[in-house]
Design a protein around this ligand. Structure first.
Ligand code: HEC
Length: 217
């Protein structure tokens, strides 16, 4: 081995560790510190209510049943996708997710975006029936049915139970479909998905273009 000066590219422990630290520091800055600074002033919009405990239970069941794998919750700007013309609502902003931990933005759109489904389809009967059998409402739908959230019962429902009003042909005469508490909670979560209030204007601290001063000579 030559005892000459080291080439620039030759590795030693110090360089390796320093390089790793620089990359880690850069990544932490970009992926942790910058998003934190950008979002720390985001406040919940006046039009957005916190979830009730029932809706939070429904949200857990949304996660557990894998709805997020087929449904996004992030209507996009018209420049990126025609979501507004699909009836999915205005482009969402960070404040719309103020109460969402973890957020359920989703990445797949096998089905429609659901961030505003509560406004688009506010019928509890429709939502329950669609979960029981999507194809009874949308012929050819590839959405799975969730029969285990319901009880198919021979005879009448008990007092206080919610009977699902299904389109004809799904039950035999004398049978009723009763929604289990999980189904009711899930639907109350779906109905709470409504971000149709106007998006917040940008924060005052955000840079705005200077207004040209017309009065000046
Ligand atoms: C395999 C993919 C898939 C999964 C998983 C899935 N869906 Fe869907 N969903 C779809 C498709 C496709 C449609 C459009 C056809 C239809 O209306 O059934 C849809 C439609 C919907 C609609 C009506 C949307 C509208 O704009 O009319 C709602 C509400 C819905 N799904 C809720 C759910 C919930 C809640 C879950 C979880 C329990 C779920 N979906 C799981 C694919 C899926």
């Amino acid at each position: 081995m030559s005892a000459g000066k080291k080439s620039f590219w030759e590795m030693d422990e110090l360089r390796l560790v320093t390089g790793a630290m620089v990359i880690l520091g850069g990544a932490t800055g970009l992926l942790v510190v910058m998003p934190y600074l950008l979002l720390e002033n985001v406040r919940p919009p006046v039009g957005l209510k916190p979830y009730t405990s029932d809706q939070l239970i429904g949200r857990q069941s949304y996660i557990a049943n894998g709805c997020v794998y087929c449904h996004s919750q992030q209507p996009r700007d018209i420049k990126q996708a025609p979501d507004a013309t699909r009836g999915w609502g205005r482009a969402s902003v960070a404040a719309d997710y103020a109460y969402d931990t973890p957020h359920l933005l989703g990445t797949m759109r096998t089905g429609p975006d659901l961030l505003n489904i509560g406004a688009r389809q506010p019928s509890k009967d429709w939502q329950l029936g669609h979960l029981y059998q999507p194809r009874a409402y949308t012929p050819g739908s590839i959405m799975p049915s969730y029969p285990y959230l319901f009880e198919l019962r021979q005879g009448a429902a008990k007092a206080g139970e919610t009977v699902v009003n299904l389109p004809p042909g799904l039950t035999q005469p004398g049978q009723v479909v009763v929604a289990k508490p999980e189904a009711l909670a899930l639907v109350s979560y779906l109905l709470s998905l409504d971000r149709t209030y106007p998006a917040l204007p940008p924060l005052p601290s955000m840079p705005v273009a200077p207004t040209p001063d017309k009065d000046k000579p």
